[in-house]
Design a protein around this ligand. Structure first.
Ligand SMILES: [Fe+2]
Ligand SMILES: [Fe+2]
Length: 267
């Protein structure tokens, strides 16, 4: 598998280009009720350049169902499959279940510890998704010790990582040509570069990377770190992309993935 950014990065071989699965991805669009139509024109062009759209959470500003209706209006009927996870903003008003329903009604697969298999560009492409949670990275992470509140905090991340492991495992059994891990929080510190070091523990967790490396994936996509960096990699060699809209600076990033024929993780 190879990962490239932009249509021109697939090389000149027509065969290679035809074999690619074109993944559009964006997170942190933070649409409010006053944002109707903001992304619609860009999304209407997706059928020309992408086979699926990934939405990496923080789709709303304050996590209301009314804002989710705006998001739904942007993605309904775009002509390619859409797969989403929610972000922390989408939980803010306690309406995450309603947001999930609104997006699903618009045709988007909303994942939380689940996976979906899509038949696109002649390949079975699996997406395993969870919002994820925070806690920090190796050597600088929260531990499951002390007060019940601290233990609950860390267990939240552990549970999310375990669900991601299971969801990616389901895709491996299913024989997908490509497997993508979709989260809101980051699995690695690489893609946080640009953020203040002091808030790294609130931007992601190494437990998510351990899940991705243990179960295997061809690509990891996340958002949440608005001041971060697009490109990173797990310790196991899985490419990580931070697609927070302020990072990519456009309606969506585009990655061309080439199935390796056996669906194993990129190393
Ligand atoms: Fe955000
Ligand atoms: Fe966020």
């Amino acid at each position: 598998m190879s990962v490239a950014t932009g249509p021109s990065a697939t090389g000149s071989s027509a065969t290679a280009a035809e074999d690619a699965v074109r993944v559009a991805a964006v997170g942190d669009i933070h649409l409010g009720e006053d944002c109707t139509g903001l992304l619609r024109t860009a999304f209407d062009g997706l059928t020309d350049c992408a086979d699926l759209l990934l939405l990496a959470g923080d789709l709303t500003r304050h996590g209301t169902a009314a804002e989710a209706e705006v998001v739904a209006g942007e993605v309904r009927g775009i002509g390619i499959p859409g797969v989403a996870v929610l972000g922390n903003h989408d939980y803010h008003s306690g309406e995450e279940a309603e947001i999930t329903r609104v997006l699903r009604d618009a045709g988007v697969a909303v994942l939380e510890g689940e996976s979906v298999v899509l038949s696109v560009a002649g390949h079975k492409v699996g997406v395993a998704g969870t919002k994820g949670f925070c806690g920090g990275f190796v050597g600088r992470s929260a531990g499951e010790f002390g007060e019940p509140e601290m233990k609950a905090f860390v267990r939240t991340t552990r549970l999310s990582a375990a669900r991601l492991t299971a969801a990616l495992g389901d895709l491996a059994v299913g024989g997908c040509a490509l497997r993508i891990a979709l989260t809101h929080f980051s699995p690695v510190p690489d893609t946080l570069a640009g953020e203040p070091l002091e808030i790294y523990p609130f931007l992601g967790s190494y437990l998510l990377a351990e899940a991705i490396d243990s179960a295997g994936a061809d690509l990891s996509v996340h958002g949440h770190a608005h001041l971060g960096t697009e490109h990173g990699m797990t310790a196991g060699g899985v490419r990580v992309r931070n697609v927070a809209q302020p990072v990519i600076g456009k309606a969506y990033a585009l990655y061309h993935l080439h199935p390796d024929g056996h669906g194993g993780p990129a190393r």
